[in-house]
Design a protein around this ligand. Structure first.
Ligand code: HEC
Length: 134
């Protein structure tokens, strides 16, 4: 009958809107807002970057290199996160896997779609690496 207690706890929390305060959270319960999965490995991500991205996006991911008729993008986190609207990790993941920019618009076809070519953890690692770039 654990789930009944859970349901009651969630209901009380919602009613009081006080779940964010650790003092009110019953010991042994999971937090209501799940903690996002831990970041990937930036050092693994650097290897993936060098193997799969650097030829177009350049050393340090600063972009600006000619690729066909277009120019590769600056994909340092400092740049992506200050765009308007800014990239989030999830939007960056989508850009890498599906070739959509942060607004949902398709990127130029010269940017490969990496879905099926990189594993989930390789993408997490890449994102962690891009976060480290000034
Ligand atoms: C064959 C060349 C090429 C390779 C390899 C490549 N990219 Fe790209 N990428 C591009 C180009 C060109 C653009 C810009 C597309 C546009 O302007 O629409 C781009 C755009 C992007 C964007 C969108 C940036 C923005 O301004 O919205 C991201 C993110 C990105 N690439 C990440 C990666 C990652 C990560 C890798 C390696 C897994 C990678 N790219 C490999 C050519 C490449």
């Amino acid at each position: 009958m654990h789930h009944l207690r859970w349901a009651a706890a969630i209901f009380v929390c919602a009613a009081l809107a006080a779940c964010g305060t650790p003092a009110r959270q019953a010991p042994g319960t999971v937090p209501l807002a799940p903690v996002p999965p831990g970041p990937g490995s930036a050092s693994n991500g650097e290897s993936v970057y060098q193997a799969d991205c650097m030829s177009c996006h350049g050393a340090g991911a600063k972009g600006g290199l000619p690729v066909g008729a277009v120019t590769s993008a600056d994909i340092r986190w400092s740049t992506l996160s200050s765009m308007n609207p800014p990239y989030t990790d999830d939007l960056l993941r989508r850009a890498i896997l599906q070739g959509l920019d942060q607004t949902g618009k398709p990127l130029d076809g010269t940017m490969p779609r990496w879905q099926g070519r990189l594993t989930t953890s390789q993408v997490d690692d890449l994102i962690a690496y891009l976060h480290t770039l000034p």
